[in-house]
Design a protein around this ligand. Structure first.
Ligand code: 5GP
Length: 180
């Protein structure tokens, strides 16, 4: 049972769902005002459960796509961001809503946002389920944040450790003995 490897549950499934309802409403109000049809772009693979929870609540027209970038190995963030799988739709002259699991150092989102602007996106917004502000090294601002979390390695609800634990329905702190 993967739940045995969890030290503490930080956010329950109910808390996450409740927050997703609020975030979806806030995002919807903003896009309705702007009247744009955004492409909701999920960063694989950590954003998948969060993105599913959000988009089913949107009532405005949107398209969805995914891309995969890598910048993280084990529990420590590493330098540059590399595109492993690009999105299929064109982002030129489109509004983009980037969906990410967690903003840690901020390097990934900062690079991906720059890339979209270079490719001619008209507007790039970011929604992240979790934020670890104490770890930030790049000045990046997420437009919508689910929860702030302490500087601990968290897993579940899309977030992994060596590709495991993404399927936990809650966010938990992994027992140190698992990765030390
Ligand atoms: P950043 O570029 O902001 O440093 O890193 C973002 C990526 O690092 C996230 O998409 C996520 O994959 C990974 N990451 C950062 N903190 C954590 C964490 O506490 N747990 C897990 N599982 N991944 C994390």
């Amino acid at each position: 049972m993967i739940s045995q490897d969890i030290e503490t549950v930080l956010l329950t499934e109910e808390q996450i769902e409740k927050r997703c309802v609020e975030l979806a409403k806030q995002i919807e109000d903003d896009y309705n005002k702007e009247g744009e049809v955004p492409i909701v772009v999920g960063l694989l693979r950590g954003s998948v459960p969060f993105m599913a929870e959000l988009i089913k609540r949107f009532t405005f027209p949107c398209e969805i796509d995914f891309m995969s970038v890598s910048s993280y190995d084990g529990t420590e963030s590493i330098g540059d961001v590399k595109i492993d799988k690009d999105m299929d739709l064109s982002s030129k002259e489109r509004a983009i809503l980037l969906v990410e699991d967690i903003v840690d150092t901020g390097r990934t989102l900062s690079e991906v946002k720059k890339m979209f602007i270079n490719k001619g996106a008209t507007n790039v917004k970011i929604v992240a389920l979790l934020d670890k502000p104490s770890r930030r090294v790049v000045d990046i601002h997420a437009d919508y944040i689910g929860f702030e979390v302490p500087n601990e390695f968290v897993v579940g609800y899309g977030l992994d450790y060596n590709q495991k634990y993404r399927n936990l329905p809650y966010i938990g702190i992994l027992k140190r003995e698992i990765y030390e």
